[in-house]
Design a protein around this ligand. Structure first.
Ligand code: GAL
Length: 692
């Protein structure tokens, strides 16, 4: 298990990763470019056309076989690899490498017919039927046996094929089946709890089962937190999330172990979903189980979409320990699973891809190569759309392929650390949004994104850092809504301030321990002494009832009654109206050269920006980067031993001029320019941007 994700933190097989990702031994090589490829949906003549078009676009890798189980094993134990052999040979002849899936993501219909007991159950006991995908229980021993048999057969067959350069384990593990409340899950949950707590006494204490007569006297009494008459035990819910995370990860481990045995020379990955859509997987606990990190990301439509993409790409890069990673899936244009699926605007296809590259991706791949004719995803965009290659999307795809070739020197470089860390804590995300809280309105990802955007607005470079990573090399550590603070985390935050550095945290932080039990003595509980304040009461706000602060900032959703400000702390802002008028709203405690700042209200993006700019007056690390052009550009740096690559990403729909070492560089609307010293690496960043 990975506990320390510092820049020198672990990830298996560093060398393999480099060789694989950029194909350049330990130096720069090729940017990888490609897609999920699903040839089984098409006839053989289309396969030939596909390889020709892939070469035209500069595609050099595809993920193959992701949903092919039913064709690879049409009947139990009867394998047919002939068509896959043929496709791999065809791709290989076209110099296109293969990230070969283990094909276990979606079991064939015969399996549910033979073994309905593999089907997952929802929280209310509904059995999920076959007919879509991922209809399997992560804890089913039967499913596991069938899956590993297929993995072994594939592993043995393709271990030495020169086209196969990576194993793609399953697909988006836990996307639809993370939570399973079946009896298999109940059994595995009990085993997991026994190993975590050892005794029922310890479990009863952790879950606070004295409340509502929940005291357990036999392990068999314990169930997953299924639908109940009213609020379910918070400790049980939290542990079930942790257990579900681990159960799906166990599946990853089981497949990885088979591949390590039969195909040890080929690195293994599985596509993470480090983004807002699957909240309850903590990928910092998975990273030690893959040879390189790969991630899927889908743009959220709306004016915040670009920054949101940057935020998750930034976090992915830090989960990967600063090393290059692989963008396994994103969309060339519209998806098909939101309420309204808008296409990307001109320029966005290239902008999105290069923003991922800026944050450390050495590969840019899409779901999927050719847009499906049938099936649930027929309206999802692809590299070759329904309209065919004579289309805007395919022209952009070819243009991006050319740009990625020019970016070859960037491959293998690492992200240069920023001076400011924005802490992202999975458990705080899970717990702060649970039921029976002071308000249902708070969203952890929205709060952290607000801070990220405000920092970019203020021209800062910032690393989105998992809470388990080392804070040692950051001058400023910002931890919004850090709700779950066990002792060890408290100590690490104290070290930031005692070491003469700066901590900024906000409302609803430091409130509970690792079992979701409240720290007593006044809020912010675990952080009260460090911050030098005491909060007596939460004062959440009703919708449309904002409160003003003396600085002019507007608080929405949340305020707090601070009743004590220690002698070494100062009040930076005060509530100006509402029930808290006159009470402190923002405080700062000085400890030697270090500071601990507390923001008790939800100030939104603008209020946070104003506060950052105010703190920047005496906190050099918060001052704007000279290339950020008033926050209109995001500045991201990747570094190799002898070179720095500066990415300037235009956050606006207007052209922005940056005064660089290379002279004035205009960054077109929605474009990304890459500088290597005085050289502009992306030849014509505007060539994809057609005026709207
Ligand atoms: C991902 C999945 C792909 C495809 C894509 C569509 O979740 O891995 O197979 O469904 O979404 O956006």
């Amino acid at each position: 298990m990975c506990t320390d994700l510092g820049y020198d933190g672990r990830m298996a097989a560093d060398e393999k990763t480099y060789r694989w990702v950029n194909d350049g031994e330990l130096g720069p090589g090729r940017m990888r470019y490609g897609a999920d490829y699903n040839p089984e949906q098409w006839s053989r003549d289309v396969w030939h056309e596909d390889v020709r078009l892939m070469r035209e676009a500069g595609v050099n890798i595809v993920s193959l076989g992701i949903f092919s189980w039913a064709l690879l094993e049409p009947r139990p134990g009867e394998f047919d690899f002939s068509w896959l052999d043929e496709v791999i040979e065809l791709l290989h002849a076209g110099s296109i490498d293969v990230d070969l899936a283990t094909a276990t993501a979606s079991p064939p219909p015969w399996m549910a017919q033979l073994h309905p007991e593999i089907l997952p159950q929802t929280i209310d006991g509904t059995v999920l039927s076959p007919g879509a995908r991922q209809h399997w229980r992560p804890t089913s021993p039967i499913f596991r046996e069938y899956a590993l048999r297929l993995v072994r057969a594939l592993g043995e067959r393709y271990a030495d094929h020169p086209a196969v350069v990576a194993w793609h384990i399953s697909n988006e593990l836990g996307c639809h089946n993370l939570y399973d409340f079946s009896d298999d899950a109940a059994r595995a949950f009990r085993v997991w709890l026994r190993s975590r707590y050892g005794t029922l006494d310890a479990l009863n204490a952790a879950w606070g089962t004295a409340f509502w007569s929940q005291h357990y006297t036999d392990w068999e009494q314990i169930l997953p937190p299924r639908v109940a008459p009213t609020q379910r035990n918070p400790g049980q819910q939290l542990d079930f999330t942790r257990f579900s995370n681990d159960a799906v990860r166990d599946h990853l481990r089981a497949e990885a172990a088979v591949l390590a045995e039969v195909s040890p020379g080929i690195p293994r990955t599985t596509n993470f979903m480090v983004a807002q859509n699957v909240r309850d997987i903590d990928y910092t606990t998975w990273v030690g189980d893959v040879d390189f990190v790969s991630n899927d990301h889908y743009l959220r439509p709306g004016e915040f979409g670009r920054d949101d993409l940057s935020f998750w790409a930034n976090l992915t890069g830090n989960i990967a320990g600063g090393r290059p990673w692989f963008l396994m899936e994103h969309a060339t244009s519209a998806v098909n699973w939101r309420e309204v699926n808008t296409p990307k605007r001109p320029g966005e296809l290239v902008r999105d891809a290069l923003t991922h590259v800026a944050h450390g991706a050495d590969a840019v791949c899409y779901f999927q190569w050719r847009q499906s004719r049938a099936g649930g995803e027929r309206y999802h965009s692809a590299m070759v759309p329904h309209a065919g290659p004579d289309s805007r999307v395919f022209r952009d795809v070819v243009g991006l392929g050319a740009q990625l070739k020019e970016l070859a020197p960037v491959t293998g470089s690492r992200r240069e650390r920023a001076r400011v860390a924005l802490v992202f804590d999975y458990e705080s995300w899970w717990v702060s949004e649970r039921d029976s809280h002071p308000t249902d309105e708070l969203r952890y990802d929205v709060e952290t994104l607000n801070w990220y955007r405000a920092l970019l607005d203020a021209g800062n470079r910032v690393d989105v850092l998992p809470a388990s990573a080392s804070f040692d090399d950051y001058d400023v550590v910002i931890a919004p809504m850090l709700h779950v603070v066990p002792d060890a985390l408290r100590t690490r935050l104290e070290a930031v301030v005692r070491g003469g550095r700066h901590l900024i945290t906000t409302f609803f932080s430091g409130i509970v321990d690792e079992h979701d039990r409240v720290w007593l003595g006044g809020y912010p509980g675990a952080l009260r002494d460090l911050l030098g304040i005491t909060v007596e009461e939460f004062v959440p706000l009703l919708p449309d009832a904002p409160v003003r602060l003396v600085s002019g900032a507007a608080a929405t959703q949340w305020t707090e009654r601070i009743v004590r400000v220690g002698v070494d702390a100062e009040v930076l802002d005060t509530y100006a109206d509402g029930d808290l008028a006159g009470a402190p709203a923002v405080t700062r405690r000085r400890v030697g050269d270090g500071t601990a700042t507390y923001v008790s209200a939800d100030l939104g993006r603008d209020g946070v920006r104003a506060l950052i700019e105010r703190l920047a007056a005496d906190t050099v690390a918060l001052q704007a980067h000279p290339l950020a052009a008033d926050g209109r550009l995001e500045v991201i740096v990747r570094e190799a031993s002898e070179q720095r690559f500066v990415f300037l990403a235009n956050r606006t729909d207007e052209p922005v001029v940056a005064a660089t070492e290379a002279g004035e560089v205009e960054v077109a609307p929605r474009a990304v320019v890459v500088l290597a010293g005085t050289q502009v690496l992306t030849a014509d960043p505007r060539r994809e941007v057609v005026p709207a």
